[in-house]
Design a protein around this ligand. Sequence first.
Ligand code: GLY
Length: 356
Amino acid sequence: MRQILKVQLNKEYNITISDEKFSVLKELIDSETKGQKRLFVVSKKVYKLYAEELELENENVLILNDGEKEKNFKNYIKIIEKAENIGLTRKDALIALGGGVVGDITGFAASTYMRGIDYIQIPTTLLSMVDSSVGGKTAIDLRNAKNLIGTFYQPKAVFININFLNTLDKNQFQSGLGEILKYAFIEDNCQYKHSLFLFEYLTLGCEKVFDKEPLTIMRVIEYCLNLKISVVTQDEKEAGLRKILNLGHTLAHALETISKYKKYTHGEAVVQGIFFVLKWAYNQEMISYSYFRLSHELLTKYGFKEESFKYTPEDLISIMRRDKKAADGKITFIVPCDKKRVKEVKLTEDDVFKMF
Ligand code: GLY
């Protein structure tokens, strides 16, 4: 099975979603980079599992350790230096093969090397398949600030092969589910014409998703990406609508930072962020009790549980204050305001304190 989605921005590109053999993926990469010299930036885990099948031994490869802390300036320089050492020119390409960390840092390197060269995203985690590989956000982190340095820079192509999910560990699969669930809460804002009723689809299809039933997984990925493409096409640089994709992320980034990326996967942190704003929205009478309850049921069905944090509100707020979405002394949250609908609110620190 193969699905092709088109992204039409200044730079047009295709997203290929498939469950075909890796030999077909290799052919796709070769044909997309015909005549180009290329450097593969690969996650260590992925290299160990797939180097042979994808014949990476014969390629220029830079291997990165796994984990968010690898999305740093040192590794960025390593990619740039390797590109320079092997003689990549403006006509050549970087290829990101791994999860969101590899995709974000490789995209950032591609956007700055010689003022911008091609890059291809080959996401290998569910999270990067449904979110970070598409839409052109690239980044590296500073110690206490996730994604503080980055660019908007679209890839030349995205190749999603769901067979990578067969070796994805349970936690990472669960993390991807967190971002998928996020789309269920913003579906109506996305203005994508062909509604799948994601909230209901995920409620009914939970078992098939957990079984990684190929048709269901491909359908969910395709649909989430269609929602994302619709949003990004309307607002590539996050001047307005694109902010809805940050549902759950204000608290999530604070939780990830305070716990040094050790306690939560990204998706888990996002779901904690969604629980947090659901509670607030219900207390503010912005959503009905029945939607609040259905939302909890959906998140719980997918194995997520609302936590009481061991961190103080003061410590979390001090991180939120440094978030790039904060401005004029206010902290920005995306909050549910109706069924499958969210909106942006800017709150003072005192107001945020009262949310806990
Ligand atoms: N991950 C959110 C965005 O791409 O805007």
